[in-house]
Design a protein around this ligand. Structure first.
Ligand SMILES: NC(=O)c1ccc[n+]([C@@H]2O[C@H](COP(=O)([O-])OP(=O)(O)OC[C@H]3O[C@@H](n4cnc5c(N)ncnc54)[C@H](OP(=O)(O)O)[C@@H]3O)[C@@H](O)[C@H]2O)c1
Length: 335
């Protein structure tokens, strides 16, 4: 292992946040039992906020950005992991409270490490990353709460982004009809959404959001990446006994609703939180993502690979809502 290595760290400078590519040492990293030589990381909306300085994502500074990584174990104080083991880490506070994956090496708690499941390569793990994992968690929670294809189509908001893209593929594969409610109506985005399996494409900007506590019920259920008025609309229009997986806040963190959809239609609003959860769920979801839930279109979803040097510019694009699929960051490459 080299004495110093490249890392993209976020610093607080007075009231603003600045990301800098710099040389650091293992001893600069937050504590953990497992040192990993990073092969790939990826960009999620949260990383884009952290690196662009548009959101306060880091809970201490300076911190290495990157909420996801895949790579091989370089050393481990925990006997579960050995030199050369292929692993991945998503969430578990890396790239927020702890140093993250946008660096040549990472040091993480053993409890955060997931052995790379058979059926996934190191780069495929990052084509999925937290976004894919979160979409799978939403599917799991909705199925557990009896969501079924016969209830009607699943509305997916922010569908051209990471969570949305994987959600389309997963729900389609599970037998659901899928409607993509998107802010991008271009030939390129339509082609992309159809390729993933969207049955219907709805222009979010011309959608009548309604104003009553309940409007004509249209959706069997929903996966929402936006929050704000879009999530309010979904509470008004999901059919009886449907589930809404509340994933994101790309549009806003408020929710202006009434109890009516919940008590008169039996609608469920399910919280989707991918950062911390029982380890058994995490391992089980990754096992599914590597096998029966693995998106057939994973190459089309993880359609962009960039270097560590390119991360700040791409993060500025993502904060502007310009994602079309997922961005993988190649660091060491397949090891
Ligand atoms: N709960 C969790 O554990 C968890 C995990 C992962 C992500 N998230 C959250 O889920 C959301 C999506 O994450 P992601 O990684 O998929 O992000 P992403 O790849 O950057 O995609 C976000 C998508 O949302 C839409 N969008 C972006 N900005 C918008 C805006 N200002 N107004 C309206 N729509 C906008 C765009 O889709 P269209 O143009 O197609 O509409 C965009 O492609 C984020 O809020 C993220 O923080 C939560």
């Amino acid at each position: 292992m080299t004495a110093t290595f490249k890392a993209l760290r976020v610093h607080q400078v007075e009231k603003s946040f600045q990301a800098r590519l710099e040389q650091i040492q293992i001893s600069d990293l937050t504590p953990g039992e497992v040192v990993i030589r990073v092969a790939y990381s990826c960009l999620n909306y949260k990383d884009a906020l952290a690196v662009s300085g548009k959101g306060r994502i880091m809970r201490a500074m300076p911190r290495v950005a990157g909420i996801d990584l895949s790579g091989v174990v370089e050393s481990s104080a925990d006997p579960q992991y050995r030199l050369g083991d292929k692993v991945l880490v998503t969430g578990c506070n890396i790239g927020e409270l702890l140093d993250g994956g946008l660096a040549e090496f990472a040091r993480v708690p053993a409890a955060a490490v997931v052995p790379l499941p058979t059926g996934l390569s190191l780069s495929e793990a990052m084509a999925l990353g937290t976004a894919g994992f979160t979409a799978a968690l939403a599917l799991r929670r909705m199925l557990e709460n009896h969501q079924a294809p016969e209830h009607g189509p699943i509305a997916i908001t922010g569908p051209t982004g990471g969570v949305g893209s994987v959600a389309i593929s997963l729900f389609k594969r599970a037998g659901f009809q899928v409607a993509a409610i998107t802010g991008k109506i271009t030939p390129e985005s339509e082609k992309y959404l159809r390729l993933l399996g969207a049955d219907e494409i709805v222009d979010r900007n011309s959608l009548d959001l309604g104003s009553k506590p309940m409007e004509t019920a249209r959706w069997g259920g929903a996966v929402d990446n936006l929050g704000g008025d879009t999530l309010t609309y979904l509470t008004r229009t999901v059919k009886p006994w449907g589930n809404i997986g509340s994933v994101g806040l790309a549009q806003g963190h408020t929710l202006n609703t009434t109890v009516m959809p919940f008590i008169l239609r039996g609608v469920s609003l399910l919280g989707i939180h991918s950062v911390e959860m029982p380890r058994a769920w995490r391992l089980d979801i990754w096992k599914h993502l590597a096998s029966d839930w693995k998106p057939a279109q994973l190459k089309d979803i993880g359609n962009r690979t960039i270097s560590l040097e390119e991360v700040p510019a791409v993060c500025a694009e993502l904060v502007g809502g310009r994602a079309l699929g997922r961005t993988i960051v190649r660091i060491g490459g397949e090891l």
